[in-house]
Write a protein that binds this ligand. Structure first.
Ligand SMILES: Cc1cc2nc3c(=O)[nH]c(=O)nc-3n(C[C@H](O)[C@H](O)[C@H](O)COP(=O)(O)OP(=O)(O)OC[C@H]3O[C@@H](n4cnc5c(N)ncnc54)[C@H](O)[C@@H]3O)c2cc1C
Length: 526
């Protein structure tokens, strides 16, 4: 029998699919990447959404991309430039005040002291303790989690994982336990008194996480957002010049330089299985492509369809995999910058270059969750706005701007049989109204908009249930249990089938890590 033409076929050219392909090719393996959309990058793409206006379509800000991936894939040499936000967040308040966080510890302490001198004093210790736990997470990122049911072979990865924990002082070990289990609200209430600082930090706990910040488990989601860095500055977030697509276009260049074949506009329908092993894929037009192994960058639940004829206990676990982040995403083209009541001015200023959080308290976030539970989404949603055109003139015509609006607590399934196709515009209007409460010129500045409801995120990017992270970051879906216990080591139920997307450890975000780790496991077997 002739040898298959490829060592590996990667299903999906999301950033993790591209990273995985690059590492496989580095081991002299022949790799083909098949992408359903017309453009590579998955949820990390830059597209024109209004004539003359371009922006990141889905993911919009960078921090979690692993420095090893940036280095190994020569992303800077391929033109990637990331600039840090001048400060992390600006949180305007409804009464016209506001708080800025970031830009150095002294600057943040000065801001926080306006609300609570005690909170300002506690701030350095808060950062130190949070970073100590983030460091544990960082150590685990590039590891393959020990696999449940893997027997004695799993002792080494288990020992490696425990090593990071054992080195911590007892107080930090307690923090680890808390941050993996309790609510962000409880964690922040222990540290701080003032509402605005708790809201600023607590926002991360509901990003892509349909929950009240007082729900157990939300502290972990907060932690997940601080393990990254920008240009060596730990915990910082930044703008990719050219939008998030600049990251994946740089990855594409490296993949092509390594000889990877990338085909776009090619939906894969099935994974071919014979004698208990993956043998390649079948496209929706019936074409079959043989390979020694298959690596899926798609959402874990896609495997249920792609392996419809492959029974086993895995099917129940994958069917139960929870996937709904309740996220609504808009891009708007703007005639002018928002003029915030809290910091008046239409000329570009540092607060326009930071992440602007329009959710003034944890109680506000809790209410947004409660009303979404009841009505599908809240008229007063949680919105973060980023205006990348303030640091990047390639995105909008001179003097004009583009803004990313990232909105939480919009359910995938609306109650009462309502449909997103009928409701998309009304929800978008509510988001615009909400921003206008903080910046009165906002509504009239909007020249055009692109709306992505949770249903649109599923249709456009294959994000099942509209989940931005390919599945909830809950304790029962993390580490060895991501996507399901027994499949935490990137190896899927069928021999020769691997998962390299955000549904694998360490989960969602533009990290490149699942792709990096899955390539190691796949090439080991090959
Ligand atoms: C609205 C939104 C905002 C976000 N904001 C941020 C952010 O600011 N910062 C951040 O770090 N993260 C953010 N995220 C999360 C982050 O973007 C994702 O976790 C990450 O991009 C997922 O990458 P991936 O490669 O694992 O999968 P994806 O990007 O989902 O890529 C999977 C690819 O597989 C393709 N595919 C699926 N099925 C098939 C098939 N059958 N045949 C062929 N191709 C297929 C898809 O088209 C897609 O291109 C955001 C996500 C969303 C949706």
């Amino acid at each position: 029998m002739a040898a298959p033409p490829y060592d590996a076929v990667v299903v999906g050219a999301g950033h993790n699919g591209l990273v995985c392909a690059c590492y496989l090719a580095a081991r002299r393996l022949k790799v083909c990447v098949l992408e359903r959309r017309a453009v590579v990058g998955g949820a990390a793409v830059t597209e024109e959404f209004h004539p003359g206006f371009r922006n990141s379509t889905a993911s919009y800000t960078v921090s979690l991309l692993h420095p090893k991936v940036i280095r190994d894939l020569r992303l800077a040499e391929h033109g990637l430039r990331i600039v840090e936000r001048p400060f992390a967040n600006f949180l305007p308040l409804p009464d016209g005040g506001g708080i800025r966080v970031g830009g150095g510890i002294e600057a943040t302490q000065r801001e926080v002291a306006r609300f609570s001198p005690r909170d300002a004093e506690r701030l350095p210790e808060y950062y130190r303790r949070l970073d100590a736990v983030a460091e544990v997470l960082r150590e685990l990122l590039l590891q393959t989690p020990p696999n449940a049911g893997g027997g004695i072979a799993e002792l080494v990865p288990m020992w490696k994982s425990a090593r990071a924990l054992r080195r911590l002082p007892l107080a930090s070990q307690r923090d680890v336990l808390d941050l993996f289990t309790i609510s962000a609200g409880e964690w922040l209430d222990r540290w701080f008194q003032s509402g605005p600082i708790k809201a600023c930090f607590g926002f991360d706990s509901v990003v892509g996480n349909f929950a009240s910040p007082y729900a157990p488990g939300t502290a972990y989601v907060l932690l997940h957002h601080v393990f990254g860095e920008v240009n060596g500055r730990k915990g910082a977030w930044g703008h990719a010049i050219g939008g998030m697509g600049a990251i994946t276009q740089a990855m594409r260049k490296e993949a092509e330089a390594r000889g990877v074949e990338i085909r776009t506009g090619v939906p894969v329908e099935r994974i071919l299985a014979r004698e208990g092993r993956a043998r390649g894929v079948a496209l929706s037009d019936g074409t079959e492509i043989a390979a020694r192994c298959v690596v899926s960058n798609a959402h874990p639940r896609w495997l249920l369809d792609a392996l419809a004829d492959f029974p086993g206990e895995w099917r129940e676990a994958f069917a139960n995999y929870r996937s709904e982040s309740a996220t609504f995403r808009m891009n708007v083209a703007l005639a002018e910058l928002p003029d915030f009541a809290a910091l008046p001015g239409r000329a570009p200023a540092d607060h326009h270059r930071s992440g602007i959080i329009m959710a003034p308290s944890l109680a506000f976030m809790d209410r947004a969750h409660a009303s979404a539970m009841e009505r599908g989404w809240s008229e007063e949603p949680i919105v973060e706005m980023l205006i990348p055109s303030t640091v990047d003139d390639s995105l909008a015509p001179a003097g004009k701007h583009v803004a990313s609006l990232f909105c939480q607590h919009f359910r995938y399934a609306l109650p009462g049989g309502r449909s997103w196709d009928a409701e998309r515009e009304r929800a978008a209007d509510a988001v615009v109204d909400h921003v206008t409460r903080f910046a009165p010129n906002f509504r009239s500045a909007v020249l055009g908009r692109r709306i992505l409801s949770p249903l649109d995120l599923e249709r456009e990017f294959g994000l099942v249930g509209g989940d931005i992270f390919h599945g909830k970051l809950s304790l029962n879906q993390l580490f060895s249990a991501r996507p399901a216990l027994g499949y935490g080591n990137y190896r899927m139920p069928l021999e020769g089938l691997y998962l390299c997307g955000s549904g694998a450890h360490p989960g969602g975000g533009v990290t490149g890590i699942p792709g990096h780790n899955a390539a190691r496991e796949a090439s080991r077997s090959l």
